[in-house]
Design a protein around this ligand. Structure first.
Ligand code: ATP
Length: 317
């Protein structure tokens, strides 16, 4: 799109949850091998990338909160993941990152829903469109994986099996739409701290039980049966998130007491997600959970939804 001052491209990009997250041993490079099933949810950030115009549009990042999200901890300097994605793409295209990135943020920050990675994926797609780069989906996925472990999934969307650090993706057949209630905490948890806590817990004699095999989860997704999937939701990071933030135990119990089929901590937490038996049930669970006072906000969402997509302006050719 040609705005009043210059061209700009806008992308919408979803949050993720992990329906299954098996964490392997610590690798020599400091990462853990993961086997995870991602699902993209209908909570989306909107990223606009505009060409910088001297005196009118300065290069950099601006963040605006939506849906009551607290953006105090989102950096607006070069450490913002969206900016790092723009820089990675500019290096690849051998040009300057002379753009302004505007983020309208609805994904909870440091919530285990990969909001920063979503913004990186959105910025990548928007900048590739703005600069009319001749890059295919595979090129973008490769750059995305370099920027961060969850960035590739934010581009991909839908439901996918992730291995490696979570960046090697295979699409998963997921019939029907699943309905979720998302309990957003009033604080964040640092992902590296949660992984560190899991390593600490696993070094003790009474190490937390690990999640089972992923195959039954894939079968439940293929059948589209929410009741079957509910029995199989599992996350190795949950014990670590609960150990760091014991109040999460109460949140998880409250969601089930409110009528959800099951609940699980999303990724490294502290967001908890609850699978419900349809949209109406999710609305009822959300209303009841909101009354329990165990979290900052409650949202209703569904998944799977598509990954990053251009909503205004041109995408990559
Ligand atoms: P993940 O699930 O991928 O581990 P998360 O959802 O727990 O991540 P994010 O919301 O991605 O966490 O943010 C983690 C930290 O990254 C924030 O505390 C913030 O300091 C930093 N950050 C950098 N860029 C962004 C961004 N665009 N949006 C949010 N946080 C960002």
């Amino acid at each position: 799109m040609l705005s009043a001052v210059g061209p700009s491209v806008t992308v919408r990009v979803p949050a993720k949850i992990n329906l299954h997250l098996a964490v392997g041993e610590l690798r020599a490079d400091g990462y853990h091998d993961l086997v995870t099933v991602f699902q993209a949810l209908s909570i989306v950030d909107e990223i606009s990338v505009s060409a910088a115009v001297p005196g009118a549009i300065e290069p950099g990042v601006a963040v605006t909160p939506t849906d009551g999200v607290d953006v105090d901890d989102v950096p607006t300097d070069t450490s913002n993941l969206a900016w790092r994605a723009v820089e990675a793409l500019a290096r690849r295209a051998d040009r300057d990152p002379d753009v302004r990135v505007r983020i309208r943020k609805a994904i909870p920050v440091a919530g285990g829903m990969a909001g920063g990675s979503a913004d990186a994926a959105g910025a990548l797609l928007a900048a590739a469109g703005l600069w009319r780069l001749d890059l295919g989906r595979d090129d973008l996925m490769e750059i995305a994986a370099d920027v961060g472990s969850d960035v590739a999934f934010a581009l991909h969307g839908g439901t996918a099996l992730g291995t490696g650090r979570g960046e090697r993706l295979v699409p998963v057949l997921s019939r029907h739409t699943f309905h979720w209630v998302v309990a957003v905490a009033d604080h964040g948890l640092s992902t590296p701290t949660v992984f560190g806590e899991l390593d600490r817990l696993r070094a003790r004699p009474e190490a937390p039980r690990r999640v089972g095999d992923v195959e039954p989860v894939l079968e439940a997704l293929a059948s589209g049966e929410a009741h079957s999937l509910a029995l199989l939701l599992g996350n190795d990071l949950q014990a670590a998130a609960v150990s760091l933030d014991p109040g999460l135990r109460r949140t998880l119990r409250a969601g089930v007491d409110a009528g959800a089929l099951a609940g699980v901590v999303s990724g490294s937490g502290p967001t908890c997600v609850f699978l419900c038996d349809g949209h109406d049930a999710a609305v009822r669970v959300a209303a009841e959970l909101a009354g329990f006072g165990v979290c900052r906000t409650v949202r209703v969402a569904h998944g799977p939804v598509p990954g990053a997509r251009v909503v205004e302006g041109d995408g990559p050719p």
